[in-house]
Design a protein around this ligand. Structure first.
Ligand code: ADP
Ligand code: TYD
Length: 250
């Protein structure tokens, strides 16, 4: 349903929330720090939505269960990851950002490039096309009444592609991550992959980071837990996310 003109005005007056994602290979330590990140952002006065991919809506969580436990080929995996993402964006992320909420998301599209692209060999340009489509506001052919409705246009310009403002990349040697996971939990379909798979996934993250150096902040996730936590807080501070909320953002 279209928001009313007064809702439109309210959306236009609200500074859109920051979109922060956390990435890295399995065992990098993301889950160990994400609650503290949310806490630090809340402490600075932000309204924070903590969510994850694949997942974040009941439908996308069902897709997550399929991705993690059912065998399928890499193209099916890619399409399911993007289908879950579209639903998550549409239902949760875009409305939250439009309302000024900071969205902190455990994995996003960089994971698809790293896992399905670099890990499984799905062509990079194919992923770029899907990214532009799924994260774009305008999904239909141009024409009167054919562009996407608010709140998409409150968070991404017409023709644009919604990207995180900042991605904290937990970079860790795959051998270290594997050692941690061995002691931690029963592996899912991805965690059960060979070391060579995670070498490729890690290289995929490095490639994405190189392609968007302003967006990525590299965290040395091989360090001791407290040091990783300190790096994470420093990254948030350096980007201005821990400044008292309500100041003009972007
Ligand atoms: N800096 C660290 N040093 C040693 N072990 C860690 C560190 N960070 C996390 N761990 C442990 O490694 C395992 C994987 O961490 P987790 O946060 O679940 O990673 P991810 O969410 O990135 O897969 C957990 O058992 C966790 O306690
Ligand atoms: C978002 C996403 C995740 N994944 C994979 C990476 C992870 O192995 C898995 C689930 O991620 P994660 O939430 O990190 O798992 P856990 O709860 O076990 O820490 O999904 C993809 O392969 N493609 C994607 O697009």
């Amino acid at each position: 349903m279209h928001p009313s003109p007064s809702q439109d005005r309210k959306l236009a007056q609200t500074r859109r929330g920051w979109f922060i994602t956390v990435e890295g290979i399995d065992g990098a330590g993301k889950s160990s720090h994400i609650e503290a990140m949310a806490g630090a952002l809340r402490g600075a006065g932000a309204e924070v939505l903590l969510t994850r991919e694949p997942g974040g809506t009941p439908l996308a969580e069902q897709i997550r269960a399929l991705l993690l436990h059912e065998s399928m080929d890499a193209v099916a995996e890619t399409l399911l990851a993007f289908a879950a993402r579209r639903h998550h964006l549409q239902q949760v992320i875009v409305p939250a950002l439009a309302a000024g909420t900071t969205v902190l998301c455990d994995r996003f599209t960089d994971a698809t490039f790293a896992y399905q692209g670099a890990g499984r060999g799905v062509a990079w340009p194919m992923l770029e096309q899907l990214e532009a489509w799924v994260q774009g506001a305008d999904t239909r052919e141009a024409g009167e009444g054919q562009t996407a409705v608010p709140p998409w246009h409150a968070v991404v310009p017409p023709g644009g592609c919604l990207q995180p403002d900042c991605t904290l990349w937990f970079d860790v040697p795959p051998a270290v991550a594997a050692e941690r996971l061995q002691q931690a939990r029963t592996p899912d379909r991805f965690e059960a992959e060979a070391r060579s798979f995670f070498e490729r996934v890690a290289a995929g993250y490095a490639r994405r980071a190189q392609q968007a150096p302003q967006r990525f902040v590299r965290i040395d996730a091989g360090a001791e837990r407290a040091q990783v936590g300190a790096q994470v807080l420093e990254a948030l501070r350096a980007r201005g996310y821990l400044a008292p909320h309500g100041l003009p953002g972007h």
